[in-house]
Design a protein around this ligand. Structure first.
Ligand code: PEP
Ligand code: MN
Length: 363
């Protein structure tokens, strides 16, 4: 994939001394009092860099609370004035953008349902031309990596360089213990392809409940995410949207206090030496594994020729079943899980079949 994004890391999130960059605030702005009380408590903690509140809420089904609308912008202006805290709002169309820019909202965010729609993303990007407001882009609701990348590109083409990604998980038909499955591979791939792009984790929308939020937050920090967006409400039980997943400002503080922020690097020389030694071991083991796999494939090739000469099929189900049983047994005895072997062995087997099929089809 060729990607040529010009990203001037939003608010220098990548370089701020205080990791993680924390965004907190209620799912929705409900009343002036609720917004200001939530903001005051969040501000007093001293741990939060940006206050969030949704005023236009993209609800999956009609009939639930769809946000207070424009009046919420007035409340957010008061948050800025009273607590000197920058604020962020979700925008889903050009009109929202205009209203937010007029109200002096500091940062915009694009919701997961909007990122999934290139027309909406383009409309918002066009409305932002000529500004340099930072934009946080949530992953699309569906696990479509290209669609997420496409949104970064659309904003970038419109001249927006201050962008960051928000990983909020992906919806699925299947019921799982998460409200939205994390699919960590997608976030890791994004880090690989765009290392300069800050990634903010949204454990609230992945979890869907408060219990999993500390675990997910720690996991995100351990995956070297740059920040966290955590829904925080002065009275979660009475929240008008996402009541089950919002923390109180006190709970947010406790979570942040317990968070262990590990760095990608350490200056401790003993640590560095030990790590280097262990990494060399890993490199050597990987090399051995690859050599062994190559040897195995060569043998599979020989077997393929032999089967061909004797007009025998590539697959013998009973042999394959025996292999799985024996290898899983051995792996278990060595402390490896059955799940791992059951995922790993078919990959090897498929490659052997591919090699033998090629031989069978040769003239
Ligand atoms: C939200 O942040 O409140 C929200 C609506 O999130 P998402 O777009 O991730 O569903
Ligand atoms: Mn929400």
């Amino acid at each position: 994939m060729t990607l040529n994004l010009n990203i001037s890391t939003f608010s220098d999130i990548k370089n701020i001394a205080k990791r993680p960059f924390v965004i907190a605030g209620p799912c929705s702005a409900e009343t002036e009092e609720q917004v200001l009380k939530s903001a005051e408590a969040i501000h007093n903690s001293g741990n939060v860099s940006l206050f969030r509140a949704g005023i236009w809420k993209p609800r999956t089904r009609p009939g639930s609370f769809e946000g207070v609308g424009e009046i919420g912008l007035e409340w957010l202006k008061k948050v800025k004035e009273n607590f000197n805290m920058p604020v962020t709002v979700e925008v889903a169309n050009a009109l929202h953008v205009q209203k937010c820019l007029k109200a002096g909202i500091d940062v915009l965010w694009i919701g997961a349902r909007t990122t999934a729609n290139p027309f909406a993303v383009q409309e918002i990007a066009d409305a932002l031309k000529g500004t340099d407001i930072p934009v946080l882009i949530k992953n699309p609701v569906n696990p479509d990596f290209e669609l997420w990348i496409g949104a970064f590109e659309r904003f970038n083409k419109a001249g927006i360089n201050k962008i960051a990604a928000i990983h909020r998980g992906f919806s699925s038909f299947e019921k799982t213990s998460f409200r939205n499955t994390p699919m960590w591979d997608i976030a890791i791939k994004l880090k690989q392809i765009l290392p300069e792009l800050p990634i903010i984790g949204d454990p609230s929308h992945i979890a869907g409940n408060t219990e999993l939020i500390p675990f997910l937050s720690q996991k995100m920090i351990d995956l070297d995410f740059d920040g966290l967006m955590i829904e925080t409400h002065i009275s979660p039980k009475t929240a008008w949207s996402d009541a089950k997943q919002q923390l109180t400002p006190f709970e947010l503080d406790e979570l942040l206090k317990r968070l262990i922020v590990r760095n990608v690097e350490s200056t401790n020389i003993n640590f560095k030496n030990k790590l280097e030694e262990l990494r060399k071991q890993i490199d050597n083991i990987d090399e051995e594994i690859i050599h062994k796999i190559a040897d195995r494939m060569k043998t599979a090739q020989e077997i393929g020729k032999y089967k061909k000469d004797n007009k025998v099929t590539i697959l013998q189900v009973s042999r394959w079943e025996d292999i799985i049983k024996e290898r899983v047994f051995l792996a278990n005895a060595l402390g490896l899980s059955s799940e791992f072997m059951e995922a790993f062995l078919p990959l090897i087997h498929e490659e052997s079949i591919r090699i033998q099929t090629k031989i069978m089809n040769e003239e």
